[in-house]
Design a protein around this ligand. Structure first.
Ligand SMILES: *Cc1c(COP(=O)(O)O)cnc(C)c1O
Length: 376
């Protein structure tokens, strides 16, 4: 008989989520506003520190879309984006009729390469168009090289839209990911470090900008007794039910980051004696990853596929790394700057089960597959 499926990353409830959802029902706040929305935003603002303002939205993708709008991106503009990422980092650029300019990864964090970033900016400017925004991503929770990226962004005066969808709970030089951008974005999709079933947030450094995001997310209704609109609006606000789940999840965020980091250490220990496998790890003490997913790189594509299939046979989910956007058919006409770092990571890389809720029995099943495959 097939054993139960082990997932890469599945929702992990803390216990109080239903209490907040129940309160929403009892007070009839079953709408895209209410006390849980305000409470969840306050929890996030307190957690992120840095005097930020948080607007809870229906998804991380919606937050990226509104972020680009608030940064003034329009049809025909160019926006720089990390190539190795989930498509949701880049799709909102296309929603606006703008062109994504993709940037390779560097080898330490697998995130946006500052050298390729500067080359791209210089080249795009020399061709007559200065990019309107830069979207770095903290892949699998690993902070990007924010000092270098920010220095370049400042030099060329281009705002940063920080995609921190995978990195709530991570920090860089003691500062929380999700606070580095001119605007930053979080996701609470079902597989993320915390979930609201589906949801996201926009993080700003002024109340005015947050208010503008919330205004746009609630159909851009002007102040009038009737429905009056002077701008195109969106239906992107988070519901009070989902925000209730989020409030419960915030109570266990730190504990769950601890458990993900423990899973990462579990893999680090296993692979410490296997030279042919590299585990994505914190390059220096400046980087603190929530280790949302633990990712490894094997010596070849064949080896990677073989391991993936052995896991699959044991009913254990693993997944190749994000396929870079510049290799995606839908973005084949977009410019790309860099070499083949992200391409090699994609070819040889695999994400391993990393949930904060993996039982000892499940960890043992994973370990026995690894022992078998690497003949330990
Ligand atoms: C999940 C994710 C998003 C999108 O968030 P949703 O809430 O699923 O819309 C954006 N960027 C990255 C890197 C992600 O992993």
């Amino acid at each position: 008989m097939q054993q139960e499926k082990i997932w890469l990353s599945s929702p992990h409830m803390g216990g109080n989520e239903q209490k907040f959802v129940q309160q929403a029902f009892e007070t009839n706040w079953v709408a895209p506003l209410g006390p849980n929305v305000n409470g969840f935003e306050q929890d996030l603002e307190y957690y992120l520190d840095q005097n930020v303002f948080v607007g809870a939205l229906s998804s991380g993708t919606a937050a990226l879309h509104l972020g680009l709008i608030l940064l003034g991106v329009k049809a025909g503009d160019e926006v720089i984006c990390q190539s190795m990422t989930f498509s949701a980092s880049a799709n909102p650029i296309a929603y606006l009729g703008a062109t994504p300019i993709f940037i390779d990864s560097e080898k330490d964090t697998w995130n946006m390469c500052p050298i390729a970033l500067e080359q791209a900016i210089k080249d795009r400017i020399s061709r007559g168009k200065k990019p309107k925004a830069i979207i770095p991503v903290h892949l699998y929770g690993m902070p990007a090289k924010m000092d270098e990226i920010k220095a370049i962004a400042n030099q060329y005066e281009i705002p940063i839209l920080e995609d921190s969808a995978e990195a709530l709970g991570s920090s860089y030089k003691g500062q929380k990911c999700g606070t580095f951008g001119d605007i930053s974005v979080l996701s609470f999709n079902g597989n993320k470090i915390i979930t609201t079933s589906g949801g996201g947030a926009i993080v700003t450094h002024t109340k005015e900008l947050k208010d503008k995001a919330v205004f746009l997310s609630t159909q851009a209704r002007d102040n009038a007794p009737h429905y009056q609109h002077s701008q195109i609006g969106y239906n992107y606000r988070m519901s009070n039910i989902c925000a209730g789940i989020g409030r419960g999840q915030m109570e266990v965020l730190n504990a769950h980051v601890g458990l993900r980091r423990k899973m990462h250490q579990f893999y680090m220990d296993f692979f410490s004696t296997i030279d042919s496998v590299k585990v994505l790890h914190e390059p220096t003490a400046d980087y603190y990853s929530n280790h949302w997913l633990t990712a490894i790189v094997l010596e070849s594509y064949e080896k990677r596929e073989a391991l993936r299939l052995v896991f699959e046979q044991a009913n254990i989910e693993t997944r190749p790394l994000w396929k870079p956007m510049h290799l995606q058919p839908v973005f084949e006409n977009s410019p790309y700057y860099g070499t083949s770092v992200s391409e090699e990571l994609f070819t040889n890389g695999l994400c391993l089960p990393s949930g904060s809720n993996l039982s000892e029995n499940e960890q043992n099943r994973i370990l026995s597959v690894l022992n078998y495959f690497f003949m330990k």
